[in-house]
Write a protein that binds this ligand. Structure first.
Ligand code: G1P
Ligand code: ZN
Length: 543
């Protein structure tokens, strides 16, 4: 079938951020917006003629129509085939797995992750490479360059594909394979974990609540936790994905998953609680009466990973993003394995995972994952926790408290100042950057600055250099404050202030993080002058 060539013009601002291109849904639905970006992805990766791509998304508003547009462009550009999740649905980790399982030339994932969905909310699109991971910067740079010079896109004249029917069909000359979004992923999970031990745990009366937040993990969690592992029916709540995530904000943290937090802190709390985000790559972990910070979860999973068959032989190494707490580093030290500190964003873990240098990695933003795919994976983290709970026969609280007694506790919190005027946020950031040379030796709120720096990363595998990855103010005694500008927002700017302090006194391990961090918070504000620059004296989200 001859492609139809449509003339177009470059559209400003189609620059991929921390995780693909994210914009307001209405922007994505604007004339030629999606078409331009998809054609630019294809051009940026050297064309898709004869190639196979995985396509799927988190089911947010515009997901299905966007898939039809993408499919027509793929056909117009001569792709051999696309593999699409039924009804256009695929969690991000499941998409990563399908790319790897089928040896495809990559995939397109439609998601704005934990951002709200709907006509007035957010939409996103990212390209993942054949290793299943988010495109690294050298690829996203080429895609962005293509968006600035595009003059036409290729599509075909065709009616919509029936996304609801499993099996193979044709769109022009291109083969379209509609697959069950859950089946292959569920098989992968069964191959990694001791499902018998987890089944026995549930059979013994262990209770859990999984909040799918009206997002993509509902079907995955129901199939695996309830139907396969025997968690009581109803353990998975908000399990039906909806285009606007039930009007909620599908970000699994104590603010947006407050109902779960309240239940887990209540007198009738289940043994274990978890939640996942819009596209299923994030996780929140709770036990009865305890919230586990993502940084602590990463450390605990690394320390106990050998409980699961997939990791029984030990870990090659671990990696964390720079703002993530150093808790996992000390586990690595004890295990005698390498620990890497990468910039924020999952794409920086890809090379380390591919090279076999690390087995488990994670970010403070509720992302943990391993070599099994090249994305963070919410349900994977939940299953590894369950596997560890089944094997150790401990509660979440006991496991965490023993971990802190053993390694010390990295008190940790992230303070987000969202929706700030972009110029003011940048001014605040630039002022701190400019002050870096003058900070060492200064004392604020009783804390003396030991060093200050701007984080840059040299990838140990391919030698690529990533500059300007956040500002670090380190204090004597191991406390630290980090300032970054978010790269995933769609309005204004978000300043992220990351706070950390190491506590090794056995009598001070179970305190409130905001209390334990109060001096670091004061010192950070004295140095960074966030209020003076932005008019905001307090964060609007604390995690
Ligand atoms: C945020 C998180 C980061 C994560 C990304 C995608 O990016 O901080 O860790 O990889 O979302 O889920 P940011 O908005 O900070 O650029
Ligand atoms: Zn996500």
């Amino acid at each position: 079938m001859t492609p139809t060539i449509i003339e177009t013009q470059a559209i400003d601002g189609q620059k991929p951020g921390t995780s693909g291109l994210r914009k307001k849904t209405a922007v994505f639905m604007g004339p030629n917006y999606l078409e331009n970006y998809v054609q630019s992805i294809f051009d940026g990766i050297g064309g898709v003629a004869g190639k196979t791509l995985v396509v799927g998304g988190d089911g947010r508003y515009f997901n299905d129509s966007a898939i039809q547009i993408i499919a027509r462009l793929a056909a117009g550009n001569g792709a051999a085939s696309i593999i699409v999740g039924q009804n256009g649905l695929l969690s991000t980790p499941a998409a990563s797995h399908l790319i790897r399982l089928n040896g495809t030339d990559g995939g397109l994932i439609l998601s704005a992750s934990h951002n709200p969905g709907g006509p007035d909310a957010d939409f996103g699109l990212k390209y993942n490479t054949p290793n299943g991971g988010p495109a690294p910067e050298n690829v996203t740079d080429k895609i962005y360059a293509a968006t600035t010079t595009i003059s036409q896109y290729k599509t075909i004249d065709a009616t919509d594909i029936d996304l609801g029917t499993l099996g193979e069909t044709k769109l022009g000359d291109m083969t379209v394979r509609i697959v069950d979004p859950v089946a292959n992923y569920a098989d992968l999970m069964a191959s990694l974990f001791d499902f018998d031990a987890i089944k026995a745990l549930f059979a013994s009366g262990f209770t859990m609540r999984f909040d799918a937040m009206h997002a993509i993990t509902g079907p995955y969690a129901t199939a695996i936790l309830e139907d396969t592992l025997g968690a009581a029916k109803g353990s998975v709540v908000n399990a039906v994905p909806s285009p606007d995530f039930g009007g909620g904000h599908p970000d699994p943290n104590p603010i947006w998953a407050k109902t779960l937090v309240d239940e887990m802190m209540g007198s009738d709390a289940p043994d274990f609680g978890a939640a996942s985000d819009g596209d299923g790559d994030r996780n929140m972990i709770m036990g009865r009466g305890i919230y586990v910070t993502p940084s602590d979860s990463l450390a605990l999973l690394a320390a106990h990973a050998t409980a699961a068959p997939a990791y029984a032989g030990g870990l090659a190494g671990v990696a964390r993003s720079m703002p993530t707490s150093a808790a996992v580093d000390r586990v690595a030290e004890r295990l005698g394995i390498e620990a890497f500190e990468t910039p924020t964003g999952w794409k920086f873990f890809g090379n380390l995972l591919d090279a076999g240098r690390v087995t488990i990695c994670g970010e403070e933003s509720a992302g943990t994952g391993s070599t099994h795919v090249r994305e963070k994976d919410g349900l994977w983290a939940v299953l590894l926790w369950l596997n560890i709970l089944a094997k150790t026969k401990s509660s979440v609280k006991d496991l965490m408290q023993n971990h802190w007694s053993d390694y010390g506790r990295n008190y940790y919190s992230r303070h987000d100042f969202e929706d700030i005027d972009s110029a003011k946020a940048h001014a605040c950031f630039d002022a701190l950057r400019a002050a870096i040379p003058t900070l060492p030796g200064q004392t604020h709120a009783g804390l003396t600055v030991e060093s200050a720096s701007e984080f840059a990363y040299d990838d140990p595998v391919d030698g690529s250099h990533s500059a300007a990855q956040g500002l670090i103010v380190a204090f004597n005694g191991g406390a630290r404050a980090v300032l970054r500008l978010s790269g995933t927002g769609t309005v204004g700017a978000t300043l992220r202030l990351y706070l950390e302090a190491l506590e090794t006194d056995p009598n001070k391990l179970t305190g409130d993080p905001q209390q334990a961090l109060s001096e670091v918070i004061k010192a950070a504000h004295a140095i960074m002058q966030i209020e003076a620059h932005t008019g905001r004296d307090a964060p609007n989200v604390i995690t």
